[in-house]
Design a protein. Structure first.
Length: 455
């Protein structure tokens, strides 16, 4: 990036430090699930974030003990008298690495390769926290931060357990701000500045199905004894139509997306769909991933192939994610999905459904003054490019909570999770050029936004 603007020049000078710090933060195995990784890893990452805020002069820095047993990091940096307040959000918890043997380099060791920095959380969303730090440091080096800033780094976003949402509801003034910048989405393409206007909500259910008091010999009992694993397969299959569309009884699935479109060939490349394999669903790709519900079986408990015995299974368990588009209520979707699972269980199988996570969808007001300030900032950070507006199929449950708590606040969503980042997958990475450009954009946005409030 050509560093012609003073803030851009400063961010460019800060990038080596940012890489070193991101390496330190990525090294923490901060998966917010003590069944998979020690709680101490999350605690260490939280303390790292808190120390970074203190080093930048933040006041009231605190580790907030949220109701789900995790910690979110908070800090406040006062600005000039009468200046607006901007809340900057990121999360330091990450998805488990999964398929560690398929990572080219260790998932918790930041590794530069082919112009990108690889590591779990590099883009989602430890890089987002560094983006905020870079923007603030650049402003401090060029006349000061023109707004009051609150930073919140969530500790359990990836688990969807709602700790920070519940904490914010119990302490409604803590995160109050004129504008909120959520640093957890991404550009539509590397080099194409994008704000995210919508997010799908989600519900996560765990379904347990039982048919027998214990496993049975498949030769002696198979053919008449109700096989719980077969019942589970049939039940899960009921959640999709022949074309792969989501088919939950009573759930509307015909929404359309009228904004930026996602060409099928580009989507196939981004998703790495194998030759000859069809996409699922109907409508445009944008309809399917931004405007319609999508069910996914994210886990299933069953005997592994290695060591399997010729047995009729007595029980099975699966975890199901349902993405819920704007305009639909996640709580109502949860009820419909639960009812569907009970209604479609074959052979009278006993079904229990447990909710393990939920978040509402979100839709931003893109006509707000903050969006004008961001568009102007991105025009400088990305010379020759105009800001685009897209949807995002993923969920950030906190967004809807903040929108409810602070209906007069403007909410913008930006971030580092462009398609090449491969977040949640093996070999997650971040583009250092995107980190640099978006840090410049965020810094300039804060300048523009402060000026707009003076007018």
């Amino acid at each position: 990036m050509t560093a012609t603007h003073p803030i851009a020049a400063t961010v460019a000078e800060l990038m080596p430090r940012a890489k070193s710090e991101l390496a330190e933060l990525v090294a923490f195995q901060s998966v917010a699930d003590p069944a998979q990784f020690p709680r101490s890893e999350c605690e260490a990452a939280a303390n790292w974030c808190a120390d970074a805020l203190r080093a930048e002069g933040f006041e009231d820095v605190a580790l907030l003990d949220t109701p789900d047993g995790t910690q979110s990091v908070y800090g406040f940096l006062p600005g000039p008298e009468g200046a607006p307040t901007v809340l900057l959000y990121a999360h330091y918890d990450v998805q488990p690495p999964l398929g560690v043997d398929k990572w080219v380099s260790p998932p918790f060791e930041l590794t530069e390769r082919d112009g990108r920095w690889y590591g779990r959380g590099a883009a989602d969303c430890k890089g987002g926290f560094l983006m905020h730090l870079l923007a603030l440091r650049a402003l401090k080096a060029n006349g000061g931060v023109p707004v009051s800033v609150k930073v919140i780094a969530e500790g359990s976003e990836e688990q969807g357990t709602g700790g920070l949402e519940r904490y914010a509801e119990a302490h409604p003034q803590l995160l109050a701000a004129d504008t909120i910048v959520i640093g957890d989405t991404g550009n539509f393409r590397v080099g194409l500045p994008t704000v995210t206007a919508t997010l799908r909500g989600m519900t996560m259910l765990r379904v347990t199905l039982d048919t027998l008091e214990g496993n049975l010999h498949s030769g002696q009992f198979g053919g008449a004894a109700p096989d719980a694993l077969a019942a589970m397969i049939q039940l899960l299959a009921s959640l999709r139509g022949p074309d792969g569309s989501t088919t939950v009884d009573g759930l509307t699935a015909d929404g359309t997306w009228g904004g930026l479109q996602y060409p099928q060939d580009e989507f196939r490349g981004d998703a790495k769909v194998r030759d000859g394999v069809e996409l699922i669903g109907t409508g445009t790709v944008a309809d399917r991933i931004w405007a319609r519900p999508a069910v996914t079986v994210v886990g299933i408990d069953c005997p592994p192939v290695v060591g399997a015995t010729p047995s009729v299974q007595a029980g099975a368990r699966a975890q199901i994610s349902l993405r819920v588009p704007p305009g639909q209520d996640a709580a109502e979707a949860t009820k419909l999905l639960t009812a569907h699972l009970h209604a479609h269980a074959p052979w009278g199988a006993k079904v229990e459904v447990e909710q393990v996570g939920q978040g509402q969808p979100f839709q931003a007001d893109t006509a707000s003054p903050a969006y004008t300030s961001m568009a102007d900032a991105m025009r400088v950070a990305y010379p020759g490019q105009e800001m685009q507006t897209s949807g995002m199929g993923g969920s950030i449950p906190l967004c809807s909570t903040l929108a409810t708590l602070y209906p007069d606040s403007e909410i913008l969503l930006i971030g580092l999770s462009e398609p090449e980042a491969q977040i949640h997958a093996v070999n997650e990475s971040v583009s250092p050029e995107e980190l640099e450009r978006l840090s410049v954009a965020e810094a300039l946005f804060l300048v523009n936004y402060a000026e707009s409030k003076k007018a």
